[in-house]
Every structure is written in structure tokens, then in C-alpha cells.
Write a protein that binds this ligand. Structure first.
Ligand SMILES: NC(=O)c1ccc[n+]([C@@H]2O[C@H](COP(=O)([O-])OP(=O)(O)OC[C@H]3O[C@@H](n4cnc5c(N)ncnc54)[C@H](OP(=O)(O)O)[C@@H]3O)[C@@H](O)[C@H]2O)c1
Length: 152
């Protein structure tokens, strides 16, 4: 069974954790401050949302990046080998200049820090408050664009 982790327990990480809990899919969640800082969120969302230390979160098959853009390098550097994993880039380059990206697409910059991983860009297009909401309410649907250099 595929395992999932969310890195970041802020606005976006919490919004995504709500969806995992709602869907009954287990997910580990980590931040810089440690699992104790996520305990109250986990208590609210139930046993599908499991606070862990960063290194534990990085053992998942699918690792979702919900951290500020500049933090991606620290997360990428926390694991030697990303081969076989899917890394979901839910970040936006808020406050990052095109010069800092050296003309590259931001997710290409991210991919360079996660060598061997299949990197997918998605989950970054909605404000966290909207992302957190159940799209099924009032018969609604949510559109989320997905992009990757890997076919599957
Ligand atoms: N907010 C939005 O509406 C929105 C919408 C779409 C996309 N985004 C993008 O999503 C990303 C997250 O935004 P946000 O609003 O959720 O930010 P946020 O509320 O500031 O949360 C950031 C989280 O990242 C964690 N973090 C930072 N550096 C880390 C590291 N090196 N290792 C592990 N965890 C680390 C922080 O840990 P601590 O809790 O320990 O400080 C925090 O939990 C950003 O790239 C943003 O551009 C945001």
C-alpha cells in the first residue's frame, strides 16, 4: 500500500491533512518543531493523521512539500536517495525573484534537490482556506492542475 507524508503543518499542510483524514487515508505529517507541535491537530483529525519527526516522514512513498519554497533544499538534503519516491511540490515561489531561479521553472529547481524522485507539481493553486474545505459540500467539485516531466 502506498504511504504518504506531508512536510509542513502550516496552512497548506493542515488543509491537506484534513483531506487525508476525511478520506480515511493514513498520512504522516512533520515540521521543524517536532511531532509534539502537531499533536493537537492530530487529536482533532483522528488516527489517520500521524505526527512524526522529519526523517520518519521521508520514508513514505509519496512526500508532499507544503513548506516555504526556500525550505525545499533542506528537506531534499535530509535524504541521500530519493529514487522510487514521488515528491509532490505544493509550493509557490512567493517572494522569490526570477533571478534567484536562474530562469528555470521553479519545480525544475525543486527536482534538482530531490535527485531520483518523480516530481509532480500540484495542490498549489488554491488558497489554503479553500483547499481545506470539503469540495463535495453543495455538490461542488474542485479543479486541480497536475504537471510533471514523468509520465507516471
Ligand atoms: N497559504 C496558502 O494559501 C498557500 C496556497 C498555495 C500554496 N502555498 C504554498 O505552500 C507552501 C506552504 O505555505 P503555508 O502557508 O502552509 O506556510 P506556513 O503556514 O508558514 O507553514 C510552513 C510549514 O513548513 C514547515 N517547515 C519550514 N521549513 C521546514 C523544514 N526545513 N523541514 C520541515 N518543515 C519545514 C514549518 O514548520 P514549523 O511549523 O515547525 O515552523 C511549517 O509547518 C508555501 O510554499 C506556499 O507558497 C500556500
Amino acid at each position: 500500500m502506498t504511504s504518504y507524508s506531508i512536510i509542513g503543518s502550516g496552512n497548506v499542510g493542515t488543509a491537506l491533512a484534513r483531506h487525508f483524514a476525511r478520506s480515511g487515508i493514513s498520512v504522516r505529517i512533520a515540521n521543524t518543531r517536532g511531532p509534539e507541535s502537531i499533536a493537537s491537530l492530530a487529536a482533532e483529525l483522528g488516527d489517520k493523521v500521524i505526527p512524526v519527526a522529519l526523517q520518519d516522514a521521508l520514508t513514505a512513498d509519496v512526500v508532499i512539500l507544503a513548506v516555504p519554497f526556500r525550505a525545499h533544499a533542506a528537506v531534499g538534503g535530509a535524504l541521500q536517495n530519493w529514487s522510487g519516491k514521488v515528491v509532490v511540490d505544493a509550493m509557490n515561489t512567493y517572494g522569490i525573484s526570477p533571478e534567484e531561479l536562474k530562469g528555470q521553472a521553479s519545480t525544475d529547481v525543486v527536482a534538482a534537490a530531490f535527485r531520483g524522485a518523480k516530481v509532480v507539481k500540484t495542490l498549489n493553486q488554491l488558497p489554503a482556506k479553500l483547499l481545506a474545505q470539503d469540495p463535495a459540500v453543495n455538490g461542488g467539485r474542485r479543479v486541480m492542475f497536475v504537471s510533471s516531466n514523468d509520465r507516471r
